[in-house]
Design a protein around this ligand. Structure first.
Ligand SMILES: [Mg+2]
Ligand SMILES: [Zn+2]
Length: 424
């Protein structure tokens, strides 16, 4: 399944959202070819456009098709590829003065955005994973179409700039123009997850004498496999797996990740780095990622788990790091944090507290910059790095929905209770 960026045409790749009946009327936005080339690296690029200009009798379906072909051709000359173009020629209302031949387009159709028939057709034609695709447009109609289809929506401030006021749908992201939107989408494509799976699992002995903790099975498969499936569901398919203790067992099982539909890389890791050292040691694999996700390899999660809201929150705020937090049922034994009303983390309280329960879950989205703050040698990514930066850098907390299951499996009691929860 491929990922796509669905693009509105008028007002998104062109400056105006007018009725265009010929190619000569079109003025492209600045940097159009460059933006499309960026998207070409990781996505199919597909035009999805309403063209009521046909229903108005101003031009024919063939004219629209010729115009789209010409756009594709011109971009192709600049090395920018548009993989497909779909348009809706209909309009539910019509003026009385439309020519006879155009009257048949006066219909309520399912293709006119925010209808999703064009997206569905493109998904079928190209094998698109719509849930992990993007829709970039300049109107609330586009945003609503994206919502209806289940893709991530980006509203650009060109064309109508969302001021059409037709729908209330709130875009997932707002960008000044297509160039900025392309860069945002590209950041998503380069997003990597670093899974910390090197721990010895000493508290779980003897179970972990021959099996690394992240390979302990729950609900029929290793904890790590549940995580990798959740990452894939969340559109994160590039994974850096930090292994140390019994690493061969992990590598033998997951290999390059292709069996799981992801790409897995394994940094060569000396022993005894701790979680911070392991992240730092992965630096070479993270250099193209504007931001990356760090996950503790011993967290069991369920199939509701989705990292997209956390990633969205991080990108919207554009901060140093965003931590998934939740109310802990065992605050005495958790990393308790204090957060202000804006979600900014103001203090690391630590363990042994009962009055406050807001705890770190061990899943964090961070900017590339974090790597600079990790000291050499053995250190803990939370206590020695992230928590020490509270007050110095912008760290935010994002509340994990209560109904999602997520539990660290680091003691026999917790393993037992998690296995019971999953009916093992
Ligand atoms: Mg438009
Ligand atoms: Zn239609």
């Amino acid at each position: 399944m491929k990922r796509a960026v669905f693009l509105d045409r008028d007002g998104t790749i062109t400056n105006d959202d007018n009725y265009f009946s010929s190619y000569d009327q079109i003025r492209f936005v600045d940097g159009l070819a460059e933006s499309i080339r960026i998207l070409n690296g990781n996505f199919l690029v597909i035009l999805i456009t309403n063209q009521p200009v046909v229903a108005r009798g101003l031009c024919s379906e063939d004219d629209v098709k010729a115009m789209n072909d010409r756009i594709i051709e011109e971009l192709d000359k600049q090395g920018a590829r548009i993989d497909g173009a779909y348009f809706c020629p209909h309009h539910p209302e019509q003026h009385d003065d439309v020519p006879e031949h155009a009257k048949k387009y006066r219909v309520e159709c399912s293709c006119r955005k925010p209808g999703i028939a064009m997206i569905e057709q493109a998904a079928k034609d190209f094998g698109v994973d719509v849930g992990n695709s993007f829709f970039i447009g300049d109107s609330t109609r586009d945003v609503q179409a994206a919502k209806n289809a289940g893709c991530t929506s980006i509203l650009v401030m060109t064309g109508l700039a969302g001021k059409d006021g037709k729908y209330d749908a709130v875009p997932d992201y707002k960008c000044t123009d297509l160039r900025e939107a392309a860069s945002l989408v590209n950041d998503f494509a380069n997003l990597k997850a670093v899974i910390l799976a090197g721990g010895k699992g000493e508290r779980l002995r003897p179970l972990t004498i021959e099996t690394p903790k992240p390979m302990l099975k729950i609900a029929g498969k290793p904890i790590l496999e549940h995580q990798i499936e959740a990452l894939k569901r969340s559109g994160v398919n590039k994974i850096v797996l930090c292994t140390s203790y019994l690493s061969v067992k992990i590598k033998d099982y997951f290999g390059d990740g292709s069996r799981f539909g992801v790409k897995i890389e394994y940094p060569e890791e000396p022993e005894g780095l701790g979680s911070g050292g392991a992240v730092k040691n992965s630096g070479e694999f993270l250099k193209d990622a504007s931001y990356f996700i760090i996950i503790n390899g011993d967290s069991m999660i369920d199939e509701k788990f989705d990292l997209r809201p956390l990633i969205r929150c991080h990108i919207r705020k554009n901060v140093f790091a965003t931590l998934f937090v939740r109310e802990s049922d065992h605050p005495m034994d958790s990393d308790v944090l204090r957060m202000d009303e804006n979600g900014k983390i103001t203090e690391f309280i630590g363990r042994g507290q009962v009055a406050e329960k807001l705890a770190n879950t061990g899943m964090t989205v961070c900017s590339q910059e974090l790597l600079q703050y990790i000291p050499d040698g053995n250190c803990n990514i939370e206590k020695d790095v992230l928590f020490k930066l509270i007050g110095k850098k912008d760290l935010y907390g994002f509340m994990m929905p209560k109904e999602w299951f997520k539990k660290g499996v680091d003691t026999p009691e917790r393993l037992e209770s998690v296995r019971m929860y999953f009916g093992d």
